[in-house]
Design a protein around this ligand. Sequence first.
Ligand code: ZN
Ligand code: ZN
Length: 310
Amino acid sequence: MAPGRNPLFELELEQELQEDEMRQRRTKDDVGDRDVDTAMNEPTAELGDAHGPLLQGLWESVRAGQQKIVLSPYLAASCAFLTHLAFCAPFLVLDALGSVCQRVRSWRIAAGSGPPPSLRRWFECFCRILFKYTTAVLPAAAILQLLRSPNLPALAPSCWQLFVEVVACFLLFDTLFFIWHYSMHRVPWLYRTIHQMHHQHHVPFALAAQDASSAELLSLLLLALSSAWVLGCHPLSETLFHFLNSWLAVEDHCGYNLPWALHKLLPYMGGAPYHQTHHKKQSTNFAPYFTHWDYLFGTYCKSALHFHSE
Ligand SMILES: [Zn+2]
Ligand SMILES: [Zn+2]
């Protein structure tokens, strides 16, 4: 035995060390549990990053600074009107360039589409749309927004969720539009009172996408909104859907078969030649964007392909 060492004292010391070690282990476990609890109760940062690191920052800045604007009852209709004008602007430029540039003229859909619409026709169409938005679409959209009283979720969608929701919205909207459009052509009263005004344009141009009766504009707004509601889309997905919907409607009516148009990349989309055929032959091509419903119901008109100007 080493001098000065008490076995009883060493035993007590060893017991104390073991208790210390157990206390430290318990403390570590507690901290670990608390970390898990914190992560579950405060998901915004960590889970937000895992959910959609690309979109979370954008979404948080919208929620933090623009909530009043985003929830305004007048936002939807104002945005729809302004984005429609913005998307039409390049086609106004193309129409102007068409008189001096052969290349631009070659993009116009052939088969007697004639010269581009005059500036006067653009202006008259603009005045009609402005009147219908201020008297019907803006008040109706404001009432719908107030009834709906949406709230903004803390988390942004992931890019994949955004993509799936937007595609699903388009497929549902395309189906609802096909049924409604087909009905308006099959029921004479619906055609006369709601849809005939849109068909005043035998050769449509970009701005004419929204040149329809107030009842038709309201019905299309309802179809677009209900597509997103039925699918329970995230507000960011719904906003993107409305923007793209506005662009595709303009592209459908633009009168140009552009080399970079979406229907040239995606074969199941009809694009401007497909919808221009509907304005000429009204018993065909009822769906707005995709061609599958017209194929299935035998209303697809192949002559749309012959309208390509090349
Ligand atoms: Zn049309
Ligand atoms: Zn029609």
